[in-house]
Design a protein around this ligand. Structure first.
Ligand code: C2E
Ligand code: SIN
Ligand code: SIN
Ligand code: FE
Length: 407
């Protein structure tokens, strides 16, 4: 590298101040932890002009430090985990709260080369500082390697990195809190949905999981953003929540329902609507529309309101296709399971009748994936071990905690 090129990489005081302001602004508006850590790492790489920046956060429950690989061939988003009580640099800094500055990482036996090996990176100089919150609690560490000018990290670098860490700490804590709340919310939703469904479902978890996956794929096939599709996925398990209000003699009736009984059955939509009415969270607002309108039909012959066409909220038009397809594919007290491909043909035949033709077209696009999902699950009448083994995984992105026992 010539002097001229090096000069080009050095930042003026003004540029640094601008970066600092930009850093503060960008990190304070990001609530998603993954994105936040990514932004912080990229900004630090730029501001300190280093080869790599890694952020490790403490995972108290597992007594580990974890980090996502930001760079590296095909390894993006892979998680690295180090034992918090181990003899590696990051863990020592996290435990002691003291900075470690190595001029030659490979000469220090506390440095673990394993990460360099997987990321195809050669660490020379390595500066590792503690990430502390405003009460002094260590949340993790920031680690930077290899200054562009190949000089060792000095006091100034340490000062800048500590300053950035101080700026970043509260954003990281807030994002972690949001993540915890989000996970807790999804778990609560899921458990609520299980409560509503497990009286009339042989395998509630598989049913809820399949419906949420189909809804998600439909939303994506319809061109929705990943965020919108996730909202639909997360809300979908609640569509039949109103069934909690139905008596066993109707919900569990082995044969056909009388007209009178079916009228009562229909009220599960209205009950669901009431249970979720006026919700504040986005996901429950979507669930509200789904539970109230998931039995409306495109041609206006559905219930409870007999809404027609695009008067039916899109979220409900999506869940109804997922719900009917899954209901056909499984056995109920009142019916046998259909063959997957027969259920598919039924859905196609209902385009423009029960279902929005656009959504049926989207279902066509995703059907090969859906088919695989169902073919991998042996029919439920057989109480298959395959489904049992799958069950605890239940809807996508829901924590793998034990579920309440089936009655
Ligand atoms: P579900 O069992 O979850 O079924 C959801 C929807 O899937 C049904 O809404 C219907 O549109 C479709 N579906 C399910 N099985 C069949 C089928 O064998 N043939 C056809 N063509 N479509 C089917 P629907 O009809 O509004 O029923 C709502 C809920 O009412 C059902 O939810 C189920 O819990 C209950 N239900 C409906 N019919 C009967 C019945 O004859 N006996 C009993 N015990 N329950 C029934
Ligand atoms: C360590 O902290 O010892 C490992 C860090 C790394 O290789 O990036
Ligand atoms: C959020 O706002 O928490 C993300 C939306 C979601 O996936 O539920
Ligand atoms: Fe329903």
């Amino acid at each position: 590298m010539t002097d001229f090129q090096q000069e080009n990489h050095k930042l003026t005081a003004d540029e640094k101040l601008n970066l600092l302001v930009e850093f503060g602004t960008r990190i304070s508006s990001e609530l998603r932890l993954d994105k936040l850590l990514d932004i912080i790492a990229r900004q630090i790489t730029r501001m300190l002009n280093v080869g790599r920046c890694t952020i490790y956060l403490k995972d108290i429950e597992r007594n580990e430090l974890w980090s996502k690989i930001a760079q590296g061939k095909g390894l993006e988003h892979t998680e690295i985990r180090l034992p918090l009580d181990g003899n590696n640099i990051a863990a020592i800094v996290a435990r002691t709260g003291q900075t470690i500055n190595l001029q030659n990482a490979y000469a220090d036996d506390r440095f673990s080369m394993a990460i360099d090996m997987v990321t195809d990176f050669r660490t020379h100089t390595l500066l590792t500082i503690p990430l502390k919150n405003n009460t002094g609690k260590v949340l993790g560490v920031f680690q930077v390697a290899n200054k562009a000018d190949s000089t060792p990290f000095d006091n100034k670098d340490e000062g800048i990195l500590l300053l950035l860490a101080t700026l970043a700490a509260s954003s990281i804590e807030i994002a972690k809190l949001y993540q915890d709340i989000h996970v807790a919310q999804l778990e609560t939703i899921y458990r609520l949905a299980v409560t509503a469904e497990y009286r009339d479902q042989q395998d509630t978890r598989a049913h809820l999981k399949n419906i949420s996956i189909i809804s998600y794929l439909l939303a994506l096939a319809l061109g929705m953003t990943k965020k919108e599709a996730e909202l639909i996925k997360n809300a979908s398990p609640l569509h039949d929540i109103g069934k909690v209000a139905l008596a066993d003699n109707i919900l569990l009736k082995p044969g056909r329902l009388s007209d009178e009984e079916f009228e009562i059955m229909k009220s599960h939509t209205v009950y669901g609507g009431r249970i979720l009415e006026g919700a504040h969270s986005k996901v429950l607002q979507v669930a509200h529309k789904m539970s109230l309108y998931h039995h409306e039909k495109w041609n206006g012959t559905g219930y409870p309101k007999g809404l027609k066409g695009e008067d039916i909220p899109l979220e409900a038009r999506i869940i109804t296709v997922a719900d009917v397809f899954d209901a056909l594919c499984v056995s109920r007290v009142y019916k046998k399971a259909w063959k997957t491909d027969d259920a598919y043909l039924y859905i196609l035949g209902e385009a423009g009748k029960a279902f929005d033709p656009r959504i049926v077209a989207a279902f066509k696009k995703i059907y090969s994936s859906v088919r695989k999902l169902y073919l991998n699950q042996t029919p439920q009448t057989q109480e298959s071990p395959a489904i049992k083994a799958e069950a605890p995984k239940a809807p996508v992105s829901i924590p793998q905690k034990p579920l309440p026992p089936q009655p």
